[in-house]
Design a protein around this ligand. Sequence first.
Ligand code: C5P
Length: 233
Amino acid sequence: MSDIKIFTALDFADAQSALAFASKVSPQECGLKVGKELFTAAGPALVEQLVNAGFKVFLDLKFHDIPVTVAKALTAAASLGVYMFNVHCLGGKVMLETAAEAVAKLSHRPLLIGVTVLTSMDEAQLRGVGVNDSVEHEVLRLATLAKDCGLNGVVCSAKEATMLRQHLGANFLKVTPGIRPQGSDLGDQKRVLTPIQALQAGADYLVIGRPITKAPDPLAALRAINAQIATQV
Ligand code: C5P
């Protein structure tokens, strides 16, 4: 499978564990997501190692700062050779436009993805930060802003993917965590879809962590999901 759909979330505490996992899977079968825990522990050198091993890397650092700082952080991240990275849409129009302009100037241009509403936020929590609207409306508002500012897509729940595809078109990417293959442990995820359901809902990339990383045979788990996906595409 050349066109990967899965980014495996490397939610590990150190480089050694992440590299041990990466040695068990193949870049043809999944990309790898490096988030705040692993990046803070292992740094850019690990990201470069994964890129040099041939993996598409999603650097999930969710930048949110003043526009010039975000633009510089993205430029530094792009120089590591990552395939995709992200910013918080709540940084606002100027931050998002400045981010997209900074990426457009680069010779290597990673996909720039916006984080809309964290799935840990419910309506009560939105009220607490001054948002008097439903989660769905807020997700659509921020995703629309991201598209208007030139981002390539958003991170969202697969349950929001169909709604976003209807409003923003199929070319605007939807990257979806909260995926659980049939029969696997939910962990702390509450609202989940299977890989096939997520793709049918319009997800472009699936972020999957523990169902692969904690499997007794991670490569077999990944291959089983890819085999299911192959029957659909
Ligand atoms: O192990 P699991 O499949 O639940 O991992 C999902 C990954 O996606 C984790 O790295 C988690 O932090 C991330 N994520 C998420 N929900 C979001 C955004 C990111 O689960 N809304």
